[in-house]
Ligand binder design. Sequence first.
Ligand SMILES: NC(=O)c1ccc[n+]([C@@H]2O[C@H](COP(=O)([O-])OP(=O)(O)OC[C@H]3O[C@@H](n4cnc5c(N)ncnc54)[C@H](OP(=O)(O)O)[C@@H]3O)[C@@H](O)[C@H]2O)c1
Length: 331
Amino acid sequence: MLRFGIVGTGRISDWVMAGAAQDPRIKVTAVCSRSVENAEAFIRRHAIAVGAKAYTSVAEMAADPCVDAIYIGTPNQTHCDYALTCLAAGKHVLCEKPLAVNAGEGRRMADAARERGCLLMEAMVSTLNPNFRLVADRVDEVAPVRHYTSSFCQYSSKYEALKKGIVASAFHPLYAGALRDIGIYTLYPMVSLFGKPESVHADVTTFPTPEGPVDVHGSLSFKYPGMTASLVYSKVCDSFVPTEIAGEKGNLLLDEVHIARNARLVPHGAPTSGQGPKAKGETLSEGLPCNEYFYEFKEFADVLESGRRESSVNSLETSLTVLEIIDQVLG
Ligand SMILES: NC(=O)c1ccc[n+]([C@@H]2O[C@H](COP(=O)([O-])OP(=O)(O)OC[C@H]3O[C@@H](n4cnc5c(N)ncnc54)[C@H](OP(=O)(O)O)[C@@H]3O)[C@@H](O)[C@H]2O)c1
């Protein structure tokens, strides 16, 4: 049994509980909120947390011997301090994306995890999604890869408030913004598949806030040896463009990179233009058997069960490279 403490009782912590509940190895034994009432209400609304203890201090929860691991579901600027507190107490940490606000914070967290022999993993759903894994496993079939393109654009429900000067945590210019909040879902899979790029070119659109301009939309171009990549992300418009890995021997496609529900392989030579039939290729998978957040808890529990202290899929190296790119783009 893996006994979790949960930090933060907001929307995302509610969402991930549905995934955690599908792994019978996981139980929630503690919940930490800035208000004891919120912690108690969270415990009442999640069956997986029946009997959990309510805390208002992360340090106190981290000292609880009935807690093995801690999920951090609070705003980005809290990730580093909370993770360091939990790691110092010898607890494993599953931390929401982005792992930290910048690469410096991320490195401190990674160093602390290695020193304490604890697992620290970024809760990046996209790369653990089984449809993404199918595509990742078949990249060699379309190689050499010439281009990766991905977009995740979602008009934010909090944009209307931003226009009135109300800055939600996802729009905080120093700690969040569109790249950290949503663009990361296109960037993290790219780094996971192809590693660190040789160069990056960024075009970013900002919106003024009382705390300074925040990035709300952007387009990034990358150069790798023999290939290029382009990403588009936005919190101020929608997009329905799929994610694609284009290689000399064919193309791999995902309907949505954030939570992929359909994966396809179109071998080179299938009809692609003109009046003839359109290329359909092979459907590799359709749908998701489990809740989208189940897979991050499964990976976390699998890594610990096997005696390892780092995920080979959501590795610290990938998280840190992603943070370095974000630093470079946002300056
Ligand atoms: N994986 C995904 O699909 C996904 C989706 C959305 C967000 N996220 C990530 O989840 C994290 C939280 O995002 P969010 O939009 O849910 O944030 P949020 O609503 O602003 O905050 C989430 C919770 O954190 C606590 N909190 C709020 N402000 C805090 C502060 N200043 N210090 C400490 N705790 C605070 C609150 O819980 P209490 O009242 O209980 O303290 C709040 O309900 C971010 O890192 C974000 O990137 C992930």
